[in-house]
Design a protein around this ligand. Sequence first.
Ligand code: IPM
Ligand code: MG
Length: 359
Amino acid sequence: MSQQYRITLLPGDGIGPEILSVAVAVLKRVGEQTGIGFQFQEALIGGAAIDATGDPLPAETLDRCRNSDAVLLAAIGGYQWDTLPSHQRPERGLLGLRAGLGLFANLRPAKILPQLIDASTLKREVIEGVDIMVIRELTGGIYFGQPKGIFEHEGEKRGINTMVYAEHEIDRIGRVAFETARKRGKKLCSVDKANVLEVSQLWRDRMTQLASEYSDVELSHMYVDNAAMQLVRYPKQFDTIVTGNLFGDILSDEAAMLTGSIGMLPSASLGSSGPGVFEPVHGSAPDIAGQDKANPIAQVLSAAMMLRYGLNEPEAADRIEQAVQAILDAGYRTGDIMSPGMKAVGCQAMGEALIQALG
Ligand code: IPM
Ligand code: MG
């Protein structure tokens, strides 16, 4: 074994355990082929952690994650936890993990695969060739800003959240975005609401300042409402997008759906040092959990992103991505990406096809 990596697995809720077990099988096979050793350890997060410990992110889970080389997360959440008070909800586990590991940069690629063009709800000519990277700020903005809460005020309740960005927070996500754009199509679109929000005016000023250090990257600015429209009108105009936490949450779902199914898309969450977290963009899909219907591809591609961005093992990442292409070429489809004439398979069978394709 040339390399040994400690990977913390967070299966979470819903379809999480089924899709994660496919990704682990794929990693083991690729590891054998490339001489990479993985030491996997599981930990609890989300609803599963609430049921077992009362806490969506037990201290032990955060410790294990901190002491590993990378974290592979599946998905969290489900109906049975939706009515709990907000500090006990599964989502809190995910937000705590991001904050606890300092994962300020979230990379969400939305690339159209030629095999799946017909699975998109948009016209072929609109989406053919789309290849967008959404870079979302992940540990600041309105998700974490203070004050926050529900308070009594003049005889009624008031809900408050605060959208705040400090210069250093904008600069560090800006740098990740410029560096990423530099390795891609050299076009960066910064999305904000600077016509209304002061926090966005500062965001825009800092991005403009940073641009002088990256003269090879072409920077543009767009208001978020326009960006939402442009993404479905003419998505090919975008290469790399950088935006704050809330706008990024919304736009990354929209960009994902251009590709036909959110079940295909991986993501990487990175800090300035320490382990990254790699997870599908989709959620825990409780409606199909345990029925062998889930599409494991986003999870498998998240494992590839972990190899590429978290462990610097590009060859192993390439192998996984090629295997995904191969099974799509061979016509294997889960329900979410099924189209006429293709072979309908479940989650497990998709996993077996992937292992076969790896050789
Ligand atoms: C995401 C999700 C999370 C978010 C939720 C589950 C807290 O929607 O990763 O995009 O809002 O960040
Ligand atoms: Mg989201």
